[in-house]
Design a protein around this ligand. Structure first.
Ligand SMILES: [Zn+2]
Length: 158
């Protein structure tokens, strides 16, 4: 699932709770809840793990990270967040699982083996039953991102 979507939910959590620690923990937990939703990148991840589609996975992840950074910068620099500090912790918690997966991917560090398995257990849980193509998954994810974006903006304009 896109980091942008995880981050949007993390930001939403950061606006809803007042403690940075709670925002981080909830963001972390919600990462797995969101990954349960079939979102169309399961084939991409599989292709990546097989070694067949490494370039595609890396380009998608790079564009995703850049979009996330730009959106965050816009929201942050325009003072759209009521609790910017808590929002940052919510976002950090919400993208932290994928950061750990990245560390595991690069270092193959043993400590993270179980975490890696748990992450992909959630990620692929509904995959067999509700298989979405990348394009359909993209539409689903973009719709959720836009909805959350409007929701975050609505705090500001009310
Ligand atoms: Zn994930």
């Amino acid at each position: 699932m896109f980091l942008t979507l995880h981050a949007a939910v993390g930001a939403l959590i950061g606006e809803e709770v007042s403690s940075p620690t709670l925002a981080f923990v909830l963001g972390f937990i919600f990462h797995f809840v969101l990954d349960l939703i079939p979102h169309g990148d399961e084939d991409l991840v599989k292709g990546y793990q097989d070694g067949a589609r490494i370039k595609r996975m890396v380009s998608v992840a790079t564009v995703d990270a850049i979009v996330m950074a730009i959106l965050f910068f816009i929201f942050y620099s325009q003072d759209f967040f009521f609790q910017p500090k808590v929002v940052i912790w919510g976002i950090t918690g919400s993208i932290f699982p994928d950061f750990l997966i990245g560390v595991h991917e690069i270092t193959k560090i043993k400590i993270l083996d179980k975490f890696h398995d748990l992450h992909y257990f959630a990620h692929n849980f509904f995959f067999e039953r509700f298989h979405l193509s990348f394009t359909k998954g993209l539409i689903v994810q973009l719709s959720i991102i836009i909805a959350i974006g409007f929701f975050l903006l609505s705090y500001f304009f009310v």
